[in-house]
Design a protein around this ligand. Sequence first.
Ligand code: NAP
Length: 422
Amino acid sequence: MSYDYDQVEVPAEGEKITLEEGSDTALEVPDNPIIPIIYGDGVGSDVGPAAQKVLDAAAEATGRGISWMRVYAGESARERYDENLPDDTVEAIKEHRVAIKGPLTTPVGSGFRSLNVGLRKLLDLYANVRPTYHLEGVPSPVSEPEQMDMVTFRENTEDVYAGIEWEQGTDEVEQVKEFVEGEMGFDDVIHDGPVGIGVKPITEFGTKRLVREAIDYALEHDRDSVTLVHKGNIMKFTEGQFRDWGYEVAEEEYGDEVITEDTLWEERDGEAPEDAVVVNDRIADNMLQQLLTRTDQYDVIATMNLNGDYMSDAAGAQIGGLGIAPGGNFGEGRMLAEPVHGSAPKYEGQDKVNPTAMILSGRMMLEYMGWTDAADLVRDAVEETISSGKVTYDLERQLEDAEKLATSEYADEVVSNIEKLS
Ligand code: NAP
């Protein structure tokens, strides 16, 4: 049965993506799917239409078509419906299973909670997946950016992002403080005076399903290793436990397909069995420097929400910056593509920023739909455009003799390369 939408116009054409009969995860994708799109705040109204144009061209070049369904969140939803995140938006993404969104602004300190975090929670999109790979011609602050080819699986629903926090000066925060000090015995930890307190839940359920996703991905894509990144030396019962549960998944659920780094050295002198995925772990601060010093040793990363956010931005900088870095949020039989970058409000409406991150997030969406020919075409056309020196401001300022294009001109150039390559 279809949901009755008030705040969204259902396109006249197109069919719904559904689940294959008897499966909770495998998609049945028609050749003319309806795909909800949130342009988002700030530069979202620049990069959203640019990505749409490119994805339309890739679909058309491979004999298909996308029926877009504009849905609203953030500023555009407040203007239209006086709400930050209308139910119809959430329902449309739920019902149509695959969607794409631009960035949404989150006020710092006060105001509403992050709509991005809310959407991921409401749709139970528990894995935020951020691939970082280098495209030919993209300038980088490091000398060998091609060594980076990593995919970060960031847990998306818990950790300090769970939103369990209390504001200074409220009765609630005083109650929590009293409980922590009086009943839990931490009576000499919190300084006197105003305090804000947050809770960091890390569950076995949340950890294991994320680590499974990362290992499954590594096996399916012939990757060599999965690294569990944590700060378990300090936060023993949360981040340390994440590591232990992660290893439990590796040791108990995959037989010979997966081997831990310890077993590798204890039993096999460091020699990994052919095709096996090695699971190891690194402490987060060390990991951030290893990304720079031993870039090519890292493959698939599984980590918690906050570490994953920091790490994927830093890794993104090594392969060309936020204008390039794509992402996608995955749940059971459901995906919401979104770039890593935010709404960059100072560039809003200037037709200036780089839409590559949004375009390549769309590429992840096409891959998830099983349209790998269209997805490859998008990647090749983006690479062709950048290596011909036609780029937006962010890359142009780092390149000699490049031609600076507006967001929309760059998208047109990618479209014309799709047409040439197909
Ligand atoms: P940001 O919007 O990502 O922008 C930071 C800087 O990154 C920009 O000033 C620009 O650098 C560069 N950049 C970002 N997107 C770019 C693009 N498409 N092309 C070229 N360069 C790009 O980060 P922020 O200023 O910290 O956050 C702004 C708002 O976005 C906040 O409200 C934040 O909460 C929100 N946010 C949302 C999401 C999301 O929706 N998933 C993610 C992150 C942040 P230069 O000026 O140096 O060129």
